[in-house]
Design a binder for this molecule. Structure first.
Ligand code: ADP
Ligand code: MG
Length: 671
């Protein structure tokens, strides 16, 4: 009966909820107290009002002032979002930031992650139908547009870390602006739809530019509390930044008063090496000295370990946080007094060799250097040690160049097309690439069969857009299933991704060429690379073997990492990655030709090679296995211009293969 049920449920609540309630209340108060002391809190009402009154708002504020964690909560507290109105999406360029921030905000709102607050990153989604504050990577929001064209599930889109100008964030600027316009027009026509609000957040002084792009959006400045930071440069350039970093850490530790150290390093490998070194040296410190605790922080760190950087250091211990540029603006760590900046970063970019998206080592920009310095002055005066000279600093770029200006546009255009942007020439870019580079990209995609003659994405093009590779390489990989040589193709693409897998000291050129002769394949570089890899695997990557054969072991290892990534991608896209043709090497070359038919040249009566598409004379690079050879035709991966047009990555082909490789492009007449 009814009363019984009531009693039972009452009983249940007492057991579970009641003791919890006091705890929740205490936690709420603790969190509110924390939030109230953040610099952004005093601007709460002004921020809410600005977002309510304007379609788009730009928020500029010092890192750590509370933009990313607080503004979504303000929006919710003001009743601007709900199940029915739509939620708020906050984009992050980095996966680890999206996950971390969602966790933090769930904690601050004293809710379970995946309830009101959640995150979505590739292969990991905690969001549910109740989630109204969602942190996600810029790539995931792009993907959501594919299935929810007008982003109807959201009332507010927050484009965070806008200053980083990643290709994906740049694409979102134009797309989200367009969606806002369409929703506005529909509303004007009396349709039942919500206006879309846009908030752009940035940590650097480029607010005007963002405001201009978003039709004169209102700019809000959040004043941070930045204390003075003394900045030091090295007198001499440092040959070994790891060594210089280690020395600096121990100098600070032994000579300077309390306060944690934040060290900026380029990547996981450097961080892990230094974590080991710091531990070793810290053991040798004398008795009374406070201890030194290294805490690594990088994208691939297991989430359970990420929390240690936020926890206060144990008693009589100094934390030294070894971080990538994650700690520059996207994640703030309390307690930092000293910053050590090695001046380098791995930047997400397209590996220009094969267009695979990868992390490349680069000197940072001036604005990054200042961001890093600023981390030392958040709570009190601090010190920053730059491990480079003042001259080096002066030569740094002012700002990081937007990715859209650096990367291969055929890949970007393909991804715009895949997101439903038909006219990529008229697309609203914040920094517009040149018209000619866009047209070239379209021509290339058409020749590859990724788009049809009306500019529409083909099924092949859609598949290609899923790969993190240049379109030509994506096509080769997809076609390799038909040619039965996926295993070979993946290996060759990976080996092409590094500068070279050979090691050729200038004083031992002839000797190196001589010992490597055994790898040479008569049909050229692609199959030669494969031979080297087979040799490398036979000896299980033996270091001595690599030395004897003048093989660059480091680059082979990097290439094998790319290979792992590609195998995983194939598995995800249901492409059988283990298909192999064994000894039938001709199919490998025919397969490569489906992507590189435009990079071909035919032998002329005078012994030169003339390109099929441009009627240009090209020379085979002296480093190529095909150097000095006369064959009917050649295919190449790269054209490099020095004093002559040299081609690299060259293999022999037959002219008769061309029409089969690209039936649309070649007919017998053009040949
Ligand atoms: P902004 O976006 O302006 O750089 P955030 O909203 O990311 O600032 O961070 C605001 C504050 O919240 C930081 O100063 C930091 O102290 C605190 N905070 C953020 N994430 C965490 C975390 N995971 N654990 C503890 N404190 C955090
Ligand atoms: Mg932030």
């Amino acid at each position: 009966s009814k009363s019984q049920i009531k009693e039972r449920s009452f009983h249940k609540k007492q057991k579970v909820d009641k003791p919890n309630r006091a705890h929740v209340k205490a936690k709420r108060k603790e969190m509110l107290d924390f939030r109230k002391q953040l610099p952004i809190y005093s601007g709460r009402d002004a921020i809410i009002k600005a977002i309510q009154d304007n379609p788009s708002v730009i928020v500029m504020g010092e890192t750590g002032s509370g933009k990313t964690t607080q503004i979504p909560q303000f929006i919710k507290e003001a009743g601007m979002i709900s199940d029915t109105l739509g939620g708020v999406a906050i984009t992050q360029p980095r996966r680890v930031a999206a996950v971390n921030l969602a966790k933090r905000v769930a904690e601050e709102t004293v809710t379970k992650l995946g309830g009101q607050v959640g995150y979505t990153v590739r292969f990991d989604d905690t969001s549910s139908s109740h989630t109204i504050i969602k942190y996600l990577t810029d790539g995931m929001l792009l993907r959501e547009i594919l299935s929810d064209e007008l982003l109807l599930r959201y009332k507010v889109i927050v484009l965070d870390e806008a200053h980083e100008r990643t290709l994906r964030t740049d694409m979102l600027f134009g797309m989200v602006k367009n969606i806002q316009k369409i929703r506005h027009e529909k509303l004007q026509k009396g349709e039942d739809i919500q206006e879309l609000k846009i908030v752009v957040m940035s940590a650097t002084l480029d607010a005007e530019k963002f405001s201009e792009f978003f039709d004169g959006a209102k700019i809000l400045y959040v004043s941070g509390r930045l204390h003075p930071v003394d900045t030091y440069f090295t007198n001499e350039p440092q040959a070994d930044y790891l060594d210089a970093t280690l020395v600096s850490i121990f100098q600070i530790h032994t000579k300077n008063p309390h306060g944690d150290i934040l060290v900026f390093l380029p990547g996981q490998e450097a961080i892990e090496t230094l974590t080991g070194l710091v531990n070793d040296y810290a053991k040798q410190l004398k008795g009374k000295q406070q201890r030194l605790l290294p805490c690594p922080l990088f994208a691939a760190l297991p989430p359970s370990q990420q929390q240690t950087v936020f926890n206060p250091a144990p008693k009589n211990t100094r934390k030294v946080i070894l971080a990538t540029n994650i700690a520059e603006t996207s994640i703030t760590i309390p307690g930092i007094k000293y910053v050590v900046d090695c001046g380098l970063a791995k930047m997400r970019g397209f590996n220009p060799k094969i267009g695979v998206e990868s992390l490349l080592l680069h000197p940072i920009s001036k604005s990054s250097a200042w961001q890093r310095t600023g981390r030392a002055g958040r709570e009190r005066a601090g010190v920053c040690y730059r491990l480079y000279t003042e001259d080096t600093f002066r030569d740094l770029e002012d700002d990081t160049i937007p990715e859209i200006r650096r990367c291969n546009l055929s890949a970007a255009v393909l991804s715009l097309k895949a997101s439903g942007i038909e006219n990529v020439l008229e697309f609203d870019y914040m920094d517009r690439p040149s018209r000619i580079s866009l047209v070239r990209a379209l021509e290339e995609l058409y020749a590859l069969g990724a788009i049809d003659d009306t500019g529409k994405l083909s099924p092949l093009g859609r598949k290609m857009s899923e790969f993190p590779l240049d379109p030509a390489f994506s096509k080769v990989l997809i076609q390799s299933v038909d040619y039965g040589c996926t295993l070979e193709v993946i290996a060759i693409i990976s080996l092409l991704s590094v500068d070279t897998i050979f090691f050729t000291p200038s004083d031992k050129r002839d000797q190196a060429a001589e010992v490597r002769r055994k790898f040479l394949h008569p049909d050229g570089d692609h199959l030669t690379l494969l031979n080297v890899l087979k040799g490398y695997w036979e000896v299980k990557g033996d270091i001595e073997w690599c030395k004897e054969n003048f093989i660059n072991i480091r680059n082979v290892k990097i290439a094998l990492e790319v290979r792992e990534q590609l195998v995983r991608f194939c598995e995800r896209l249901d492409i059988p990655s283990q298909t192999t043709c064994g000894t039938e090497t001709e199919s490998v070359l025919k397969c490569f030709l489906t992507g590189f038919f435009q990079n071909t040249a035919l032998l002329q009566p005078d012994g030169s090679y003339k390109t099929v598409t441009g009627n240009q004379i090209v020379k085979i690079h002296p480093g190529s296995a095909m150097f000095g050879k006369r064959v009917e035709g050649i295919m190449y991966n790269e054209l490099v211009f020095t004093t002559k047009h040299y081609v690299r990555g060259v293999s022999a082909i037959q002219a008769a293969w061309l029409p089969q490789a690209a039936p649309k492009y070649f007919n017998n007449k053009t040949l």
